[in-house]
Every structure is written in structure tokens, then in C-alpha cells.
Design a protein around this ligand. Structure first.
Ligand SMILES: CC(C)(COP(=O)(O)OP(=O)(O)OC[C@H]1O[C@@H](n2cnc3c(N)ncnc32)[C@H](O)[C@@H]1OP(=O)(O)O)[C@@H](O)C(=O)NCCC(=O)NCCS
Length: 209
């Protein structure tokens, strides 16, 4: 059966699960407090999660409005990935992205990145940057697919082992890029059944706390 997920802004109640995925994904994970800070104190931070949707509860299938009405009361379902983007003065800085190890290789990392880029473009992002470990060829392949190019190197960037970071950039996020992004988005929709409540969320994460 096709994977079914909800793409939505991260909430405070998601932090516990996000931190678990973070620990499985990074040697220097963020703390719960770091996520709390991003959600409550940073207007420029746009955090997204992927929540598994059961067929009966999938809003795309029926009762689209019901889960939103009860968004505050409903406990979070199982999260399988998350991402973060800082949007400042036209720059969309991908701060983090991870998929639970049991769910990798199915397009979910791509869905996270594409949703952050879509939102960035909607909010007038002009280019996107990120740092990635030199050895992380999997993530680099994902970024290449979304047209990021290596533009620099940050020496000994990672505190735990001193590995270098590659600085990658996708530029410009213009109308032509948005069109190519849309094509990839449609390709994703043929692999994953998703309900996107993130890219057009008017008041992003803060209204969902
Ligand atoms: C990087 C990460 C988010 C990718 O998520 P994912 O859901 O496994 O990736 P997807 O299935 O969406 O794959 C998207 C693209 O990534 C690349 N990719 C994914 N898995 C790959 C692998 N094992 N080897 C090489 N490239 C791979 C491919 O380009 C792929 O596109 P394709 O399907 O057209 O080949 C995931 O591996 C992860 O969470 N890693 C640990 C955290 C991390 O390193 N984050 C990045 C920090 S900079």
C-alpha cells in the first residue's frame, strides 16, 4: 500500500519524537530545548514534520477539516521525519533534516526538502543554503537533485570529530526553479500519498502550539 503522511508544521508536543529521530540520525543531535527555542522564540524558523496517516484518518480522504479543528487536542501520531529552515532576508537556510532510519529511501527526505523549498519560495526566498558533512554522500545526492551546488567549505565545522562541512547553495529560487520544483512535487505525489498542511500554512508553527 502507498505510504500515507501528513506534512504539517512542528508543534511543541512533537519534540519528544523529533528528538528521538534526531538521536538516531546525528552524532551531535539538537536538544529538546533547542527545538523549544526554535518553535517559540524564532519567527524566522519554519519547522516541518511528517506524521504517518492511517487510511481512516487521512484528511485527504475524508473530513478534511476535522483533524484541524481538533489539532490542539489530538495527540501527535507517529512521526517519521522532520526538517527546519531559517528564512531571513531572502535566504532559506536549511538548518536540519532527517527521516527515521526505518522509513528512509522512500522519498520522505525529498518530501521534507521540497516542502521547505516550496514554503521558502512562497515567502519570497531568493536562494537556499545549507551545510553538510563532507562524508554524507546520501544527503549530498538529495541536495544535488534539488540543484544545490558546492560553493564553499567550512573547515572543522563539526564539533564531535572535526569533519569539514561543505556549504551548498541552490540559486536562484526563481519562477523557473519553482516550476521544476512543482514537477518533482508531482512525481513525489505519485509515490507517496500526502496531505500538505505546511507549505501554505498562513500562520506557521506558532498557531499550532
Ligand atoms: C538524508 C536523508 C534525510 C534522506 O532521506 P530519505 O528519505 O532516505 O531520502 P529519499 O528517499 O527522499 O531520497 C531522495 C534522494 O536522496 C538520495 N538518496 C537517498 N538515499 C540514498 C542512498 N542510500 N544513497 C545515495 N543517495 C541516496 C537520492 O538522490 C534520492 O533521490 P532518488 O530517489 O531519485 O535516487 C536521510 O538519509 C537521513 O535522515 N539521514 C540522516 C540525517 C542526515 O544526514 N541529514 C542531512 C544532514 S545535512
Amino acid at each position: 500500500m502507498m505510504l500515507q503522511v501528513i506534512v504539517r508544521p512542528m508543534r511543541l508536543s512533537d519534540i519528544e519524537q523529533v528528538v528521538q529521530i534526531d538521536r538516531l540520525s546525528f552524532s551531535t543531535p539538537w536538544s529538546a530545548n533547542a527545538y523549544r527555542f526554535e518553535l517559540t522564540n524564532r519567527d524566522t524558523s519554519h519547522l516541518v514534520v511528517l506524521e504517518l496517516a492511517s487510511p481512516a484518518s487521512h484528511p485527504a480522504l475524508r473530513w478534511r477539516w476535522l483533524p484541524r479543528l481538533f489539532a490542539r487536542q489530538t495527540p501527535a501520531g507517529k512521526l517519521v521525519g522532520y526538517g527546519g529552515c531559517w528564512l531571513i532576508a531572502g535566504e532559506a537556510h536549511i538548518s536540519t533534516i532527517a527521516v527515521h532510519p526505518d522509513f528512509r529511501g522512500q522519498g520522505l527526505g525529498e518530501l521534507l526538502l521540497a516542502s521547505m523549498l516550496k514554503r521558502a519560495i512562497l515567502l519570497h526566498g531568493e536562494y537556499s543554503v545549507l551545510e553538510v558533512r563532507e562524508s554524507n554522500v546520501t544527503a549530498q545526492a538529495l541536495y544535488h537533485k534539488y540543484e544545490y551546488r558546492v560553493i564553499g567549505r567550512r573547515r572543522h565545522y563539526y564539533r564531535d570529530d572535526g569533519e569539514d562541512a561543505l556549504l551548498m547553495e541552490a540559486r536562484p529560487l526563481d519562477a523557473a526553479y519553482a516550476q521544476r520544483l512543482e514537477t518533482r512535487w508531482q512525481a513525489l505525489a505519485s509515490r507517496i500519498q500526502f496531505d500538505d498542511q505546511f507549505t501554505h500554512a498562513y500562520e506557521p508553527e506558532r498557531s499550532f502550539l
